[in-house]
Design a protein. Structure first.
Length: 109
């Protein structure tokens, strides 16, 4: 019996290592998707609002943090927009509001 336990221990360790590697890969993939989405959104806004380097970093961080802490079910565009507006100049805020007015609302699932 003791011999079987000694044989199963390396197998259990090996399986847990594989499982943890899969979890790490999934987490890395999620972070990558979040960063990709934040990059795209920030680039689109920058194209329209002409951010300073500091604003670009701040807006990217706001978007990235928001995406990583909200699911599609509780993603509130107004809440995100309010956070972004905090780093915009008055002229940029006007342009930003115009951009938001042009957006087509997405259907609710």
């Amino acid at each position: 019996m003791k011999h079987k336990t000694l044989l199963l221990l390396p197998l259990a360790l090996f399986l847990s290592l594989i499982a943890s590697n899969n979890l790490i890969a999934q987490t890395d993939s999620l972070h990558s998707k979040t960063d990709d989405r934040a990059d795209r959104m920030t680039q689109i806004l920058n194209k329209n609002l002409d951010f300073t380097a500091d604003q670009y970093t701040q807006v990217h961080d706001i978007i990235s943090n928001y995406i990583s802490t909200h699911t599609q079910g509780n993603f509130d565009r107004k809440e995100l927009n309010d956070q972004i507006e905090q780093v915009l100049t008055p002229d940029q805020k006007v342009k930003f509001e115009e951009l938001q007015a042009k957006r087509k609302p997405r259907p609710k699932d």
